[in-house]
Design a protein around this ligand. Structure first.
Ligand code: GLY
Length: 361
């Protein structure tokens, strides 16, 4: 089993990565968390595939378990569902030493994590990510939140989990589009911090999902390790953690304009990474030719790289609503060359003009 220890100011925790670990979890839980109540938060899809059996096995091990199931989809990552989680925890008299278990993708982890962070001012919280995106990104680093009608992730906190159990075998049930969605974040980690990972991913040995899957445990481990390093240095997202936003300023704007029902997050940031790199190449901040290389890498994982049919002023307006916008200035994550992410503080208006310029061409 591969293990990564994440050390943050509030908590030190382990990410366990192993194909097949999911089936061992009832035993592992019995050994580590015996006597605690468990609230398994999951969506209806994951409940039907994995949750039902998982909960039964935990009950057979003597655990008191409540399932908290919500309808899958970002549209349910809201205060109403959060209240339902609180209600269930209160109804069953959960205490601070009991545990919320997030079994699912990013939406589940974000919402279960926020419930765990705030119910009784903080209780146990374990992540079992079931999507590639959650495995390499959202299950690590403690960002938890729900959306408001006014925007995504507007109510949240930083709350690190007590442990993350990552089983790449769970990805076998993921559809190809959802798999590519996660690959966007995994490849992004190589772009900002790891040329060796990039070289492996673009090598001839990797040509489709099946061939990626041969070394997926390794890629997930390397990718999680990159995020671990960044989060340990800047847990609260005031500095180097913003490197993880490579492609996100534009990506988030695309998602917002499409009302979160068009391109997936990974697809939107894929386009964002290409566009921002074209732009920084033009500004002389990025070595020439890198935009072409990252385009080729992203295409390899069936990710879109071309600008979608969107109204440019709408996109520019959405960029200005980015919550990273601080009094008209924004910290932009870009690459000097592949493997070397950099941050630059820039005037939002200037950035918008440049994006406008590049999109018109
Ligand atoms: N997904 C970006 C971060 O965790 O900071």
């Amino acid at each position: 089993m591969k293990e990564l220890i994440v050390k943050t100011s509030g908590k030190t925790y382990t990410i366990y990565i192993e194909s097949g670990i999911f089936n061992q979890l009832p035993d592992i839980f019995q050994e580590k968390y015996s006597g605690k109540k468990l609230a398994v938060v999951t969506d209806n899809n994951v409940f039907n595939i994995y949750g039902n059996t998982f909960i039964e096995k935990l009950q057979q091990k003597g655990f008191f378990v409540i399932p908290i199931i919500f309808e899958a989809g970002e549209k349910n990552k809201n205060l109403t569902t959060l209240t339902e989680i609180y209600d269930a925890l209160a109804e069953h008299a959960f205490t601070r030493s009991d545990i919320v278990v997030a079994l699912g993708g990013g939406v589940t982890g974000d919402m279960a994590g926020l419930a765990a962070a705030t119910f009784l001012r903080g209780m146990g919280y374990i992540q079992i990510p079931t999507t590639l995106l959650a495995m390499v990104d959202s299950s690590i680093g403690g960002k938890v939140a729900v959306d408001l009608p006014q925007g995504k992730n507007l109510v949240g906190s930083f709350y690190q989990p007590d442990a993350v159990y990552t089983d790449p075998m769970l990805l076998e049930t993921l559809d190809d589009r959802c798999f590519s969605d996660g690959m966007a974040e995994l490849v992004k980690h190589s772009f900002i911090k790891d040329i060796e990972l990039y070289k492996q991913l673009v090598s001839d040995d990797v040509y489709d999902r099946k061939s990626v899957s041969k070394n997926l445990d390794e890629y997930i481990f390397t990718s999680c390790n990159i995020k671990r390093i960044v989060v340990e240095e800047d847990e609260k997202d005031n500095g180097i953690r913003q490197l993880l936003n490579f492609g996100h300023t534009i990506g988030h704007a695309i998602e917002r304009v499409q009302n979160y029902s068009g391109l997936s997050h990974g697809e939107a940031i894929s386009i964002g990474m290409v566009l921002i790199t074209r732009l920084t190449e033009g500004m002389g901040l990025t070595e020439k030719g890198e935009a072409e290389k990252i385009t080729a890498a992203l295409k390899k994982f069936s990710l879109p790289t071309k600008w979608p049919d969107l109204n440019i002023p709408d996109v520019i307006k959405a960029i200005s609503l980015d919550k990273k916008n601080r009094s008209g200035r924004i910290t932009l994550s870009y690459i000097e060359r592949i493997g070397q992410g950099r941050l630059i503080e820039t005037d939002l208006k200037e950035l918008e003009d440049k994006i406008h310029g590049i999109l018109k061409d």
